[in-house]
Design a protein around this ligand. Structure first.
Ligand code: MN
Ligand code: MN
Length: 478
């Protein structure tokens, strides 16, 4: 089925400027929020400025929720749920938009620092599915949080400001790569070799300790890092803390591509940036939920962590956080019972919003053309995801797919149906099946991405805008 390019729609409506202006807001978000913590902080602050109050505050004030009220809840600083209370009884179900805010990256190990041949390096363990060879020789930044033993925490970013230093993982020169070039792609750069080069000047003052004498670069690097953190503490008015190398143990440092998201193409139709998966769905989800005023059914936006490693842990979709938060919400709306919670969840409708691999003509043989998502062809709906015989898929019912189609068609949303690549070529999962566990209707849908999971991914601005429109239609009309 041939679908019209979505740019045509906005050309006809003379609304191309709206597409670019929405994309500008997204680009700024993508440039500044490269970790799940940074995304959560950004959304929390913006939600507060748009009239959302925290669920703790509502509970403390024993607030009885009414139509139009706006509530949010965060979990350990790494995920956020937002709700706009609808006119109907919450137990009739909610319209839920779920997306994830974690992206593939490199994490520092708990004991990362070492010195070899007068160079100081940081050892990493990669997070999520990456082609390791893509992460060498590009500028990298460190985004982290240190939990100190005095109970306070410090957030930091090194490598994003114009005058910041950046970091890099080196590669072997081509002249000496006879062995490396004959390796399989997955072994060209191995996980244990993803080590970030961070310094090369030795400590300058006299040292008596023999062990330290052999680690002069490390010592100098640690001194600079400690001075850096002392300065942050001073700026923030924190009390003086005695930083040690051991503090890496209670640190979360994410190594990500440095620099801003950029317009791409002479027509500026696309955005090249790190972390489109899945912030390109998270951002329009958040904006759509904020736009919901007095909806018929309660609208929920859920932005979770840990999708890239199987939705595990307290901040992943498999955690009880979402269910517990909905229980609290029901308790603020009506007399709570376990039965009402179960009814609310099973009566809900959801879109699990995640990216889809866009058809790439250079690698056409990996795709099946008539069931692929295309850049610029609108909101990409996957009835099912999964791999090797739909394994791990939610597989939405034909009836629910019919409902989604009717909402999109009535609201002039351009959409396409797709699955990820050719059968048995690979595949992937999302958080959809976890919504499905509550016995609710859920379908996968999102934005098509080129070079998915690469350090820099590509999306079309018009697909982003159409996703935003699709989310509004779903939130208000489902
Ligand atoms: Mn994803
Ligand atoms: Mn992914």
């Amino acid at each position: 089925m041939e679908r019209e390019n979505v740019w045509k729609k906005y050309q006809k409506k003379d609304e191309i400027n709206k597409v670019h202006s929405f994309a500008n807001g997204y680009k700024e978000f993508l440039s500044n929020c490269k970790t799940e913590r940074e995304c959560t902080k950004y959304f929390e602050k913006k939600a507060q400025s748009r009239g959302f109050i925290s669920i703790e505050e509502a509970i403390k004030k024993n607030k009885k929720l009414k139509t139009g009220d706006r509530i949010y809840a965060t979990n350990m600083g790494k995920e956020i749920a937002l709700f706009v209370i609808g006119k109907e009884d919450i137990c009739n179900g909610m319209n839920i938009l779920g997306a994830h805010i974690d992206s593939p990256r490199l994490d520092l190990k708990q004991n990362p620092l070492y010195e070899d041949s007068d160079m100081a390096l940081l050892d990493t363990h990669y997070y999520g599915g990456i082609k390791k060879y893509q992460w060498v020789t590009i500028p990298l930044a460190l985004h982290g949080t240190i939990a100190k033993t005095d109970g306070t925490t410090v957030d930091f970013v090194i490598g994003e400001k114009d005058d910041d230093p950046v970091f890099c993982i080196t590669d072997l020169l081509i002249h000496l790569s006879a062995d490396q070039m004959s390796k399989e792609a997955k072994k060209v750069i191995e996980g244990e070799d993803l080590n970030v080069l961070i310094g090369s000047i030795p400590y300058g003052d006299e040292i008596k300790n023999d062990k330290e004498k052999k680690q002069l670069i490390n010592k100098n690097v640690m001194n600079i890092i400690i001075e850096y953190f002392n300065n942050i503490d001073k700026e923030n008015g924190n009390k003086k803390y005695d930083y040690r190398e051991e503090d890496f143990m209670s640190c979360e440092v994410e190594v990500v591509p440095a620099g801003k998201a950029r317009d791409m193409g002479v027509d500026r139709s696309m955005i090249l940036g790190y972390g489109h998966d899945d912030r390109v769905c998270s951002y329009p989800t958040f904006e759509a939920v904020c736009r919901a005023k007095n909806p018929k059914r309660t609208v929920c936006g859920l932005l979770v962590d840990k999708e890239e490693i199987g939705s595990v842990g307290a901040t992943g979709m498999n955690s009880r956080f979402f269910e517990n938060t909905v229980a609290e919400l029901i308790n603020l709306c009506t007399d709570y019972s376990d039965l009402l919670l179960r009814r609310t969840l099973s009566n809900s409708f959801a879109i699990s919003s995640d990216v889809s691999g866009a058809y790439d003509s250079i690698y056409g043989s990996a795709f099946e053309k008539k069931n692929s998502a295309y850049l610029g062809k609108g909101f990409a709906v996957n009835k099912y995801t999964g791999a090797r015989g739909k394994s791990g898929s939610n597989d939405a019912s034909a009836e629910y797919m019919g409902k989604i189609r009717s909402i999109f068609e009535e609201n002039d949303i351009y959409y396409q149906t797709c699955e990820l690549g050719k059968v048995d070529q690979g595949g992937g999962g999302t958080i959809a099946y976890i919504f499905g566990n509550y016995n609710m209707n859920v379908i996968d849908g999102g934005v098509a991405v080129l070079s998915m999971h690469a350090p820099y991914e590509v999306i079309s601005k018009v697909d982003l805008y159409e996703a935003y429109k699709a989310y509004i239609a779903f939130a208000m009309k489902a």
